[in-house]
Design a protein around this ligand. Structure first.
Ligand SMILES: NC(=O)C1=CN([C@@H]2O[C@H](COP(=O)(O)OP(=O)(O)OC[C@H]3O[C@@H](n4cnc5c(N)ncnc54)[C@H](O)[C@@H]3O)[C@@H](O)[C@H]2O)C=CC1
Ligand SMILES: O=C(O)C(=O)Cc1ccc(O)cc1
Length: 358
């Protein structure tokens, strides 16, 4: 069928955020990419960005791999169409793996050439203009073979993940859906509940929004039409977690209402334990970080100068947050760095004239 090496052409079905990003990453590796979408406008935009060239039905016999990147409700139908239009291996990048597999199986298709997958990378934005060749760099990307999948098809999908810079994680479809219910779907719903409490809040309350509320609500800005499909497709696994949360919420309410500080502390402690359980970058253990706060003038080029200085000092920035100081032309930049390197960075930045604060 295939020796597992990705040579192309790759046919991307659905040239939105994910499809265009896959196209850009494959083009970067010199692989021929053919783009389709039910919106011809999206195909034009994606090819204009350099993600590939428009697909023509005559191309079908030459395609090595089809990547289906359409909304969850349409995954099964598009995977089926791809399996029946040629001999290519077919994958999809949908956020749930059980539903498309069940749909393809129910239609009696030959499943050997289909191996679902799911990059754990994306954005709260959608469409080709939000795409990036670097979207998948260093991110986990689930490869979810079912029991009838051909090992050569699994190898080819794994090769796609590697070409895109992702880190392949093999997980059976049912296990995948349980995992993302916990790591993606429940967090999204909780973020929506918290963000919903801001929707009609008074302006003077919202003026006190800091990094914390931005951190816990960012994903809630995602497209409701997409998330409604994701949650519905994984309802069973999500419901089990909602029941757990409901039970904890009842305990939390009792603790707050009754002034039960020890119970409250125990609940907060559970949260601390949970944050420590999240693996670090590239699936490694979490490295403790410390924050260095720098006042950065709101002028073009200042952030670039700060990053260049950190680079010259030889300290790797693990993450950054930027807060704008209302009323002052200065931003507060929080640099998160390895805990053992924070003092070195702070001292050297001060020597270079940067204003640091706690
Ligand atoms: N948005 C995110 O952060 C992530 C999304 N995913 C999954 O990737 C898939 C695509 O999502 P996005 O790229 O975010 O959405 P998007 O809305 O940016 O792109 C979807 C594209 O599919 C096209 N389309 C819809 N139905 C179609 C059909 N039947 N045939 C051909 N084209 C069709 C749309 O016109 C659009 O261009 C979804 O299944 C989603 O679950 C996976 C990881 C992250
Ligand atoms: O924006 C983020 O941080 C995300 O986590 C995006 C995301 C959205 C949907 C997925 O199925 C996977 C990843």
């Amino acid at each position: 069928m295939t020796d597992g090496a990705l040579r192309g052409p790759v046919h991307v079905v659905g040239s939105g955020l994910l499809g265009t990003s896959v196209g850009l990453a494959c083009r970067r590796a010199g692989i021929d990419v053919l783009l389709s979408d039910r919106s011809s406008e999206h195909v034009r935009t994606a090819s204009g960005l350099g993600a590939g060239r428009p697909y023509d039905a005559q191309d079908a016999p030459t395609v090595q791999l089809v990547v289906v990147a359409v909304p969850p409700d349409h995954l099964g139908a598009e995977v089926l169409a791809a399996l029946s239009s040629g001999n290519a291996v077919v994958t999809d990048v949908g956020s749930i793996k059980g539903q498309p597999l069940a749909e393809v199986r129910a239609a009696g298709a030959d499943l050997r050439r289909y191996v679902g997958s799911h990059p754990m990378a994306g954005s709260e934005r959608s469409g080709p203009l939000a795409a990036s060749a670097l979207l998948f760099e260093g991110r986990p990307w689930a490869v979810s073979p079912h029991e009838d999948a051909d090992p050569a098809a699994v190898a080819l999908v794994t090769a796609l993940v590697e070409v895109c810079g992702g880190v392949p994680v093999t997980l059976a479809p049912d296990q995948h859906d349980l995992a993302v219910a916990r790591t993606s779907h429940l967090p999204h719903l909780m973020a929506s509940l918290v963000a919903g409490r801001l929707a009609n809040a008074p302006g003077e309350h919202l003026a006190l929004s800091g990094q914390g509320v931005r951190d816990v609500t960012r994903v809630a800005a995602g497209d409701p039409a997409l998330w409604e499909q994701i949650i519905t497709a994984n309802a069973g696994a999500v419901l089990a977690l909602l029941d757990e949360v409901q039970e904890r919420l009842t305990s939390l309410r009792h603790a707050v209402a009754g002034g039960e500080r020890a119970d409250l502390a125990a609940l907060l402690g559970e949260g601390v334990t949970g944050t420590r359980a999240i693996p670090g970058k590239h699936g490694g253990p979490v490295r403790p970080t410390a924050s260095v706060y720098v006042a950065v003038p709101d002028h073009p080029g200042e952030l670039a100068r700060l990053f260049a200085d950190a680079g010259e000092i030889g300290v790797n920035i693990e993450d950054i947050h930027i807060d704008h100081d209302p009323g002052r032309p200065v931003g507060q930049v929080e640099l998160l760095v390895d805990v053992d390197r924070a003092a070195t960075l702070a001292d050297a930045l001060e020597e270079r004239g940067w204003a640091l604060h706690q």
